[in-house]
Design a protein around this ligand. Structure first.
Ligand code: SAM
Ligand code: SF4
Length: 351
């Protein structure tokens, strides 16, 4: 029997689930979860005139609040039966979750699931890589915002550039396909590295995605002036490299993709701020503490965990989840008067 798809009030069919495995992280990216006062206030000096709303104070979730592997497996199985085909494990840092390869092995067996991927900062990838691959993880995306050791340290709060670069090579050798790299670009912080990052994608034959900075940082430092738009990045890259557009594999793809003339590597531009793609968004998010979020910028969440733990049947969950999905926001309102930054940061929501 064909699955009855999960469809929202605007006719969008949801196919893509992001599962956050933990809200904790071993990095402290200044655009996500800055640790030091200097990182929280990174925009000062560049953007000193800007106001300083109070930072979000992050409280780690107690372990008992985190969904267990059994609970995550059940949710993924149900959603896959209703037409979700892609699952991405994320966080916080997903590799901080102990025995994560056991979860991967469970999920990889899910009927209907065609794509199982992970987004990681890569620091703990090496010791886990072979087990993750053997367990059935197909794709991995690394976050890499700088190729300069000091700048990498300033952005992530950790001296980890060499470790992440080694992880990337290891992923390629183990046959993860494709290996992607995400780079968040912030004006005055790493925008001088745009061409170098693109050159790196070609040299290493990886797919690099430039991502616009979004207002999901715990420092609440985001200002539009800091966003380097996808258009600006593309103009700069086209002045340096011969690029050819790559056709999207599916209409819900967030990146506009470009290949290099010599066919090695690829770059993509993810521009949720300057060119929102909400109209064909097919995503749903599950936080580590078992809340469903229908949008990155949702100001409300839907408590799945209590239902899972209070004996809800699959039919109960079916009915409940379809109602939740029907209420998916039409679009985000970044930059509009009255925009409210979500109470939880990207590290909690699961990017
Ligand atoms: N810790 C893992 C990592 O960094 O890859 C997975 C979680 S992280 C929240 C997922 C992605 O979100 C990363 O690629 C990160 O660069 C991106 N991200 C975090 N905060 C962001 C922000 N404020 N704007 C845009 N992207 C952000
Ligand atoms: Fe951690 Fe990823 Fe957020 Fe950086 S972007 S602080 S690595 S969750």
């Amino acid at each position: 029997m064909m699955p009855r798809p999960l469809t929202d009030a605007y006719g969008r069919v949801l196919r893509d689930l992001r599962v956050s495995l933990t809200d904790r992280c071993n990095f402290r990216c200044l655009y996500c979860l800055p640790e030091t006062e200097a990182a929280v206030n990174f925009y000062r000096g560049h953007w000193a005139k800007l106001p300083a709303p109070a930072p979000i104070v992050h409280q780690w979730q107690p372990r008992a609040n985190l969904l267990t592997f059994e609970e995550i497996e059940r949710v993924v199985r149900l959603l896959a039966a209703w037409g979700v085909t892609k699952v991405r494990l994320t966080g916080g840092e997903p590799l901080l979750r102990r025995d994560v390869e056991q979860l991967v092995a469970r999920l990889a067996r899910t009927p209907g699931l065609r794509d199982l991927a992970m987004t990681t900062n890569g620091f703990l990838f090496a010791p886990n890589a072979a087990a993750l691959r053997a367990a059935g993880l197909q794709r991995v995306s690394f976050s890499l915002d700088s190729l300069e050791r000091e700048n990498f340290k300033k952005i992530t709060g950790r001296d980890g550039l060499d470790t992440v670069l080694a992880a990337l090579e290891q992923a390629k050798q183990l046959g993860f396909q494709p290996v992607k790299v995400n780079a968040v670009v912030i004006r005055g912080i790493n925008d001088h590295e745009i061409e170098a990052l693109a050159g790196f994608a070609r040299d290493r034959n990886v797919r690099l995605r430039f991502i616009e900075f979004m207002p999901l940082d715990s420092g609440r430092a985001w200002q539009r002036e800091m966003v380097v738009s996808g258009r600006e990045i593309l103009d700069r890259l086209r002045a340096r490299f011969a690029l050819r557009p790559v056709l999207a594999e599916n209409p819900s793809e967030t990146a506009r993709r470009w290949s290099f003339a010599d066919g090695r590597g690829e770059i993509g531009l993810i521009a949720p701020v300057s060119e929102p793609f909400c109209g064909h968004c097919d995503r749903l998010r599950l936080t580590a503490d078992g809340k469903i979020r229908t949008c990155l910028f949702s100001v409300g969440e839907h408590d799945l965990r209590s239902r899972l733990r209070n004996g809800a049947t699959d039919d109960d969950l079916d009915e409940w989840l379809r109602a939740v999905v029907r209420g998916k926001e039409e679009r985000h309102h970044i930059g509009e008067p009255g925009f409210v930054q979500p109470e939880r940061t990207m590290s909690c929501i699961g990017g």
